[in-house]
Design a protein. Structure first.
Length: 371
């Protein structure tokens, strides 16, 4: 990618029981997920980018401008990096109102670009909360205020360190639509650390997977998700995303038909208005395979597919990557099933996708118009 459209970073940090050794390039647009198991170095990487790890050595170039170069002894101070930082806990000032907490970010605003404070307040739905104190907020409300404060300084980009990790599911469900909207309406790039694959699939465009302090995979979200050689994306995490267009809602059965490059998928409820873009999360464990089209089945979504890859390995289950049109999904099936069906790369099969297992998320860009 062009240097002016990228964050180029290289960091090394030696600790007693851990070594961070990262060399990668992140896009200066959309939301980039940094995903990996606990202890992989995700938070440490964010702290390096923010200039908070004094022992780290490295090189950081943002949109073609060098912010840090250890070999030359050059480094921007923390308060001049113009980065918004959202932690796991909101870290609001208890003695200030919500409005005053948000306006605190203005002290670090060093240029006139970016969203104005009124736009930030409206974007995150905080209009009715401005006079409250932090003690009067729910966990989700407090985290929205923390995000607004980070945006009010007009940052070059925002670092979010598992901002939903401390929230229960109800509070996560409360804040996720606001993060969706932030993705749609804000031009500020976000680097989003998470160990929750559903959050990553819903919010992010680009995916960097790190493990034991090193990058093990990176690229566009869907391309990385369907790789089968990444342990961090195996097991319960394995799956894929499909993007398409909502075509109709069947009110009688309360199902929405989604058109994508591989055909049609029926998903539960009114997933979106007709013509809206959708992103679907399909777990590998919710995909089964058959050689011929079943004559009768309770599974609504049965689509023709081509076997693109089969992951060898130990244990009873194996992963099979399938191509449906221009899209790819992953199926988890037993070794015995692969043997009894005689599955090989290049075979024509039918993929059965459980309708009730498909998770639909509104996405912030126009998908290809598949008819």
């Amino acid at each position: 990618m062009s240097p002016v459209a990228a964050i180029r970073l290289r960091y090394k940090l030696q600790r007693e029981s851990f070594v961070l050794d990262i060399d990668t390039e992140l896009p200066m647009h959309g939301i980039t997920a940094v995903f990996g198991p606990s202890g992989a170095g995700k938070t440490t990487l964010l702290r390096c980018i923010a200039g908070l790890e004094e022992a780290a050595t490295g090189h950081l170039v943002v949109a073609g401008i060098t912010w840090e170069d250890s070999s030359a002894g050059a480094s921007r101070s923390v308060n001049k990096r113009n980065i918004g930082y959202v932690f796991q806990e909101p870290r609001l000032f208890d003695h200030l109102s919500v409005r005053a907490n948000i306006e605190y970010g203005l002290k670090r605003r060093n240029h006139s670009g970016g969203p104005g404070i009124d736009q930030v307040i409206e974007l995150l739905g905080l209009q009715q909360l401005l006079a409250r104190s932090p003690s009067e907020l729910s966990g989700g409300e407090a985290q929205r205020v923390a995000i607004a404060r980070a945006l009010s300084c007009s940052p070059r980009f925002v670092l979010m360190d598992e901002p939903l990790a401390s929230l229960d599911q109800a509070r996560r469900d409360e804040i996720l639509p606001f993060l969706d909207r932030l993705h749609v309406e804000s031009q500020v790039p976000i680097i989003y650390v998470s160990h929750n694959i559903d959050e990553v699939c819903r919010l992010c465009d680009h995916l960097v997977v790190i493990d034991a302090g090193r990058v093990v995979a990176e690229g566009e979200l869907q391309d990385v998700l369907v790789r089968m050689d990444i342990p961090a994306l195996g097991g319960d995490q394995s799956g894929s995303v499909i993007e398409g267009i909502a075509r109709e809602h069947d009110a009688g059965d309360d199902l929405t038909r989604l058109a994508f490059s591989g055909g049609d998928l029926w998903v539960p409820g009114r997933a979106a208005e007709e013509g809206s873009s959708l992103r679907l999360r399909v777990r590998a464990s919710d995909v089964s395979l058959c050689r011929s089209m079943p004559k009768q089945s309770t599974i609504l979504n049965i689509l023709p597919a081509v076997v693109e890859a089969i992951q060898p390995g130990d244990g009873p289950s194996m992963l099979v990557r399938l191509k449906l049109g221009d899209d790819r999904i992953v199926a988890r099936v037993t070794r015995r099933s692969i043997r009894e069906l005689g599955l090989q790369v290049g075979d024509q099969v039918f993929a059965q996708i459980k309708s009730v297992a498909v998770r639909s998320f509104c996405i912030p860009h126009n998908a290809v118009d598949h008819r």
